[in-house]
Write a protein that binds this ligand. Sequence first.
Ligand SMILES: NC(=O)c1ccc[n+]([C@@H]2O[C@H](COP(=O)([O-])OP(=O)(O)OC[C@H]3O[C@@H](n4cnc5c(N)ncnc54)[C@H](OP(=O)(O)O)[C@@H]3O)[C@@H](O)[C@H]2O)c1
Length: 188
Amino acid sequence: MNLNQNIKISLISAIDRESHTIGKEGGGLPWKIPEDFLHFKKTTMGHPIIMGRTTWEEFGGKPLPGRHHIVITRQTDYKIADEISDRVSVVTSIEKSLELASEIENNSHKENKFSGENKEKEIFVIGGAQIYELALPYANRLYLTLVDAHLDGPVKFPDYETASFTKIIFSRKSRDENFRYEFLVLEK
Ligand SMILES: NC(=O)c1ccc[n+]([C@@H]2O[C@H](COP(=O)([O-])OP(=O)(O)OC[C@H]3O[C@@H](n4cnc5c(N)ncnc54)[C@H](OP(=O)(O)O)[C@@H]3O)[C@@H](O)[C@H]2O)c1
C-alpha cells in the first residue's frame, strides 16, 4: 500500500469503558451524548472519514457536511445517489479506503481547500466494529470517548490495549455531572 508517511491514520469512537461496546443489537448507538457529537465534529471536520457500509446506512443517505465520506463494502455494485456522489466514494477494501483518503487529504492541503480547525494531515476511521478491526493495524492514533454506561452488547471496539496504544496525549473528563465519560487521545 502506498501511503504518505506525513498523514496520520486515526480511529475515532465512543466506547463503553469496561466492555468496549460501541453499538446496540440491531444497530445504532447505545447512547446520545451531545458533547461527544461536538467533539466528533470538531475533530473530524475538513478531513476524509472512512466507514463500513452498515455505519454509512445509519446516516440515512445524508453525508455529514465538510468531510468526504469513504464507504467500505464487498458489494462491487453498491450505489450512492447521484446528488451526493461528489461527497461519498465507495471502495472494496480498507487498503483502498486509506489510499483514497490520503490522496484526498493531500489534495485538499495542496489546494488550500482545508476547512477544519485541526490543520494536521489526518484521516479518520469512524467505524463500525468490523472496520475498526480492519483499520487498527494501520492506525497511529486513537480518539476514544470512554463512556461509563456499564452496558454490554455484541458490537465492540477491538482490543487496542494489546495493540500498544499506551501514550496518552490528551485526557479530559466530561462536564456532565449525571453521565460520566472521558475523552482520551492515545498514540503508540
Ligand atoms: N460508538 C461509536 O463510536 C460507533 C461508531 C460507528 C458505528 N457504531 C455502531 O457500530 C455498529 C455497526 O458496526 P458493524 O461492525 O456492524 O458494521 P460496519 O463496520 O459499519 O460495516 C460492516 C460492513 O462493512 C463491509 N466490510 C466489512 N469487512 C469488509 C472487508 N474486509 N472488505 C470489504 N468490505 C467489508 C461489509 O459491507 P457489505 O455487507 O456491504 O459487504 C460489512 O457488512 C452500529 O451499531 C453503529 O451504530 C458505533
